[in-house]
Design a binder for this molecule. Structure first.
Ligand code: NDP
Length: 338
């Protein structure tokens, strides 16, 4: 198997020397195990956190570990009565071309029900993050204004579209005119605001004439500062991610820190702010998610966009792009032919 391992902890943006490319022989299959060939590898922002040893909700990778990640794989050999050769499965095998895992640690996918890539995006972890966080914390009501940034990504695009299904007005924030056009034309948002525009703050005000009732936080930094000023009383803010700071070395630049009067605003506007990690909603929301999202993707109410990069060797460069906005849709690496 060809693999990409963590060679050292990145300082700031991960560079090529932070990774090590290795080739290893795989062990013989033991009872219950399967040999998997990776078809798609999902690249996700949380991976940056696992490369670092800063305190977080999950254990960091050790130096020398294979970079982690969810994958869609084909079973090429099986010693498990749960999986047959040729099955397409969801697994967690990371940045490598092949892996041996327990069959019970894979989930079989039905390629005739939905494209297999959707298991890593709109019908998988990112889509569920949007669903759980928005409905479990954001509670969008009919007529509410719901704002989300990184809005063309798998989490943000699902947030906006689910908000619309619930009768809310969806305002997306994205980097650049092309992404903003996609928010309106492809994803059906009511308004789009370019956070790179010099007059971003004014544009956000123009796009939210009735204030903001729900802000689904994906990015942090200056975007958040602008949003805070437009909160309505009793607004809700599910805090899902703060990607603008993931590569930061000494915290965010001064200008990007949250406004110092934020606590005062929380009090005065009686805001609800709550961080979450998607798996806390599995028990309460996962069954509903599978039912609703499958139906909404099926009838076109929720659309998705994928950005597929060819070849495992491209993963480090593609991952840098994810943290700086070069991806346009759910970022996947096609490792092998499907
Ligand atoms: P995306 O595909 O949306 O990729 C990240 C996007 O973030 C980029 O394309 C870019 O979009 C935007 N971005 C990057 N840097 C900045 C910046 N400085 N300011 C504003 N926007 C920036 O990723 P996902 O949809 O997979 O993830 C979105 C968020 O959700 C992340 O913060 C992630 O960590 C979080 N997350 C949290 C989970 C949880 O359980 N809490 C689970 C899954 C994801 P643009 O060009 O539009 O700026």
């Amino acid at each position: 198997t060809r693999q990409i391992r963590l060679a050292r902890r990145p300082i700031g943006e991960p560079v090529d020397d932070d990774y090590e490319f290795t080739t290893r022989d795989l062990p013989e299959l033991q009872e219950g195990q399967v040999l998997l060939r990776t078809i798609y590898l999902s690249l996700d922002p949380y991976m940056r956190g696992r490369m670092s040893d800063a305190k977080s909700y999950a254990q960091p990778l050790d130096i020398g570990d294979v970079m982690l990640g969810q994958t869609v794989c084909e079973v090429v050999e099986s010693a498990s009565d749960r999986r047959a050769v040729g099955d397409i499965v969801l697994a967690f095998t990371g940045w490598q071309t092949h892996a041996v895992v327990q069959g019970k640690h894979t989930r079989k996918l039905d390629p005739s029900a939905a494209p297999i890539t959707t298991a890593l995006g709109v019908l998988g972890m990112p889509g569920f993050t949007a669903y759980g966080g928005l409905l479990g914390i954001g509670h969008p009501q009919e007529g509410d204004t719901v704002v989300v940034a990184a809005a063309t990504g798998p989490v943000g695009s699902a947030v906006g579209q689910i908000a619309r299904v619930k009768g809310a007005r969806a305002v997306g924030i994205a980097g650049g005119p092309e992404k903003c056009a996609a928010l309106i034309d492809d994803f059906g948002f009511d308004a789009a605001v370019d956070h790179r525009a010099p007059d971003f703050v004014e544009r956000l005000a123009g796009a939210t004439p009735d204030g903001i009732d729900v802000y689904f936080e994906n990015v942090g930094g200056r975007v958040t500062n602008a949003v805070i000023d437009r909160f309505n009383p009793f607004a809700r803010m599910p805090v899902c991610g703060v990607i603008s700071g993931y590569n930061a070395v000494d915290g965010l630049a001064d200008a990007d820190r949250l406004a110092p009067d934020f606590l005062h605003r929380i009090l005065v506007d009686r805001l609800t702010i709550r961080g979450f990690i998607q798996d806390e909603f599995i028990e309460s929301h996962h069954e509903d998610f599978v039912r609703d999202m499958t139906a909404w993707v099926g009838d076109g109410r929720v659309r998705y966009r994928e950005d597929i990069v060819e070849g495992l060797d491209q993963a480090p460069e593609a991952f840098r792009g994810l943290l700086t906005g070069r991806n346009f849709g759910k970022l996947l690496i096609r490792v092998g032919d499907d």
